[in-house]
Design a protein around this ligand. Structure first.
Ligand code: SIN
Ligand code: FE2
Length: 223
């Protein structure tokens, strides 16, 4: 079980700085923790490719009828899916009819370590949603609210092209902050801001990798 958040979610002064553009440094919004170069992106990218081999990336349809611009797959005991009926976690991949690939043990450890560093002890992810952003792909402001255990945080790992993460507040109309995310960055939020609105600005790759991958580790099913 996740432990109580017994201290405010403050990053250390050094971790609380981020680079916006070339040299400006801005504090991270309150409630976000980020670890730079937190994981080996080559290894994690190879593991993600193996998962996508078994459970291919696909653009999901949303209840209104449109396709999401981000392509998705999952690993773990369940996977997040969207279709014309809504959003939910499914034990099987609707595309293949098979169980989702297993959550790599190394990923579980890394996500646990990131959560611990952010102040959330005992994070036990059971699902990893993998998002693939091509140029122009975006994710509108939303809350991650389909998980059974909202006491556990969200742990996000970024790979490939840099992106602007959008961080809103607990209310849809709250001001939105832009947080640059680069390859190797871990980002964690939970506790009082577990249900904060967030999204990703349209991807604009600038000469580096043409795509971005994002892994979000969640505790989707009740413990
Ligand atoms: C998400 O909110 O599920 C994805 C966030 C990201 O791609 O950084
Ligand atoms: Fe999300």
């Amino acid at each position: 079980m996740i432990g109580p958040v017994d201290r405010p979610l403050e990053a250390s002064p050094r971790q609380a700085l981020l680079f916006a553009g070339e040299d400006a440094e801005l504090p991270l919004p309150e409630g976000l923790w980020r670890g730079r170069s937190f994981f080996d992106s080559t290894t994690v990218a190879a593991q993600a490719a193996a998962i996508a081999h078994a459970a291919p990336f696909r653009q999901m349809r949303v209840p209104g009828g449109g396709l999401m611009s981000v392509a998705m797959t999952n690993c773990g005991v369940a996977g997040w899916v969207a279709d014309e009926h809504g959003y939910r976690y499914s034990h099987t991949d609707p595309l293949t009819g098979q169980r989702w690939p297993a959550l790599p043990e190394a990923w579980r450890h890394l996500a646990h370590r990131a959560a611990t560093a952010a102040g959330f002890v005992g994070f036990e992810p059971d699902v990893c949603l993998i998002n693939r952003y091509a140029s122009g792909a975006r994710m509108g402001l939303h809350r991650d609210s389909d998980e059974a255990d909202l006491r556990q945080p969200i742990v996000s790992f970024s790979l490939g092209a840099s992106a602007e993460f959008l961080w809103g507040g607990l209310h849809r109309r709250d001001p939105v902050r832009r947080v640059p995310l680069h390859e190797g960055d871990a980002l964690v939020w939970g506790g009082p801001v577990r249900l904060a609105y967030h999204g990703v600005a349209p991807l604009r790759p600038r000469g580096g990798p043409p795509e971005r991958l994002n892994l979000t580790f969640r505790r989707a099913l009740a413990g």
